[in-house]
Design a protein around this ligand. Structure first.
Ligand SMILES: NC(=O)c1ccc[n+]([C@@H]2O[C@H](COP(=O)([O-])OP(=O)(O)OC[C@H]3O[C@@H](n4cnc5c(N)ncnc54)[C@H](OP(=O)(O)O)[C@@H]3O)[C@@H](O)[C@H]2O)c1
Length: 430
């Protein structure tokens, strides 16, 4: 008799219905690859009467996800509701406490409660699969937990939010403003009605905190991530970056430094020819640098029903095969503190755009301020206009410490010819 794995799905939105379709469409493949009949037995959402485009008649319906987590006739509880707290967290805890494995796509919940949930899972002899929570369809969790397990990871970075990548790519292609492209992305369904989590970098930061834990064997620490969104990126910055051979991307990066572990999400100039410089539109990219493997690149769709369901299904197949591993690669009790390195210690190069009055001596004054701060200039663009009118001066610096750069920017901001606060964007020569 063939084995059976029974699953209960909480949340029947984009990902939940995508998963039901995938399990139905690929049932033969799932059975061949897992050695088990993967069978949905129970489902839960808010509205029982909503037409979801999938047939739910064969599944037991629950109104309460926490009740389903413990009472459903199921081996695995699949959490696809979302949200940091509330019912998603409550139901996940209930399932784990009952000794049931959990599969989730919920990066927000894991970013805040990942370590505690991993402990709860291990205390109860079960595990949490979260492939879908990071970079959607890209199998990066499995790659880091298994395929790259022999490496000491030095850095993991990438494009972790498709909405931001779509907005920045479209701004570059069309020369249009951030506001204009965001409005279009919302109208076309690429951006949420409330896009704050995406454009503010929070969603990418949730994912980065999980990657950092996998990479460095540390507790998940969302609070340690320095976060800056793309709201202030102007079409002009993108055009200047291009003149210097760069593109602007929202980058998430976690790396081991001599001061601790840096976790940061921010807009960033990256070389056009780099891997992440060439990833456009809604695509995500994750690059892992390990001591043995060197650089390993992963590119794919980071969201959407199909790609996300693909990742959820991979976790379910592992469970059907009996593969159960520590959630963040090492046992939860051996995860180390996150040891954050302050951004003032970040070492890097910078893009600086200054809007100044075109007056004699202004450029000399700017170079003196940078020189006194020991910030050295790599390249400079100055466009002339009529004397006395504001002109942009765009400077790329050589590598320096961020604390030093910030002090220099504060001094530049006080210069009498400065027409608006200096604009600073980090550069990564990946
Ligand atoms: N969408 C993506 O591309 C994507 C990609 C990666 C990860 N994720 C993650 O996947 C999860 C689900 O995302 P989604 O896009 O599928 O969300 P969604 O389309 O908004 O669906 C959410 C589902 O949760 C149900 N729900 C909400 N509150 C509930 C409650 N109190 N009790 C029971 N069910 C409740 C909703 O029920 P009703 O339908 O009845 O309202 C809905 O079916 C989130 O954690 C998200 O971050 C999504």
């Amino acid at each position: 008799m063939s084995k059976e794995l029974k699953i209960a799905i909480a949340g029947l939105g984009t990902v939940g219905t995508g998963l039901i379709k995938l399990i139905n469409d690929n049932a033969d493949l799932l059975k061949a690859r897992s050695g088990a009949d993967i069978r949905i037995t129970a489902v839960c959402a808010r509205d029982k009467n909503k037409d979801r485009g999938v047939d739910l008649s064969g599944y037991e319906w629950f109104d309460d996800a926490s009740e389903m987590a413990v009472k459903a006739d199921a081996d695995v509880f699949v959490e696809l509701i979302g949200g940091t707290q509330g019912i998603a967290l409550e139901a996940t805890r209930a399932a784990l406490a009952a000794g049931r494995d959990v599969v989730t796509a919920n990066k927000a919940m894991l970013a805040f409660h990942g370590t505690a949930l991993a402990r709860l899972a291990e205390d109860n002899g079960c595990t949490i699969g979260f492939e879908a929570a990071v970079a959607g369809g890209i199998p990066i969790v499995k790659a880091m937990r298994e395929g790259l397990a022999g490496n000491r990871i030095e850095r993991v970075y990438g494009i972790l939010n498709g909405t931001c990548n779509y907005i920045l790519s479209t701004m570059e292609e069309t020369g249009r403003s951030f506001e204009d492209v965001l409005a279009e992305a919302q109208a076309e369904g690429y951006a949420e009605a409330d896009p704050a989590f995406d454009i503010g970098g929070i969603d990418a930061a949730h994912k980065l905190s999980l990657l950092a834990s996998l990479a460095f064997g540390t507790e998940v620490d969302f609070g340690a991530v320095s976060v800056e969104g793309i709201e202030r990126i102007e079409a002009g910055d993108i055009a200047y970056a291009r003149e210097f051979g760069y593109r602007i991307k929202l980058v998430g990066a976690a790396q081991q430094t001599t001061h601790g572990i840096e976790q940061r999400v921010h807009p960033c100039l990256v070389p056009q020819s780099s891997v992440i410089g060439s990833v456009g539109g809604v695509f995500n990219a994750v690059i892992v640098e390990g001591d043995a493997v060197g650089q390993a690149n992963f590119v794919g769709r980071g969201a959407g029903d199909g790609p996300t369901a693909s990742a959820v299904a991979a976790d379910i197949i592992d469970l059907a095969k009996g593969l159960r591993q520590p959630v963040f690669s090492v046992p939860a009790n051996s995860l180390k503190p996150s040891n954050p390195s302050p951004m003032s210690d970040h070492e890097g190069a910078y893009y600086l755009r200054l809007q100044v009055l075109d007056q004699p001596g202004v450029m000399a004054g700017i170079t003196v301020i940078l020189g006194e701060a020991e910030v050295s200039i790599d390249s400079i663009i100055q466009r002339s206009r009529a004397p006395g009118e504001p002109v942009p001066i765009v400077i790329l610096t050589h590598e320096t410490r961020e604390g030093v750069m910030m002090d220099a920017v504060a001094q530049l901001g006080k210069h009498p010819a400065m027409q608006e606060p200096p604009r600073l964007i980090r550069i990564e020569n990946f």
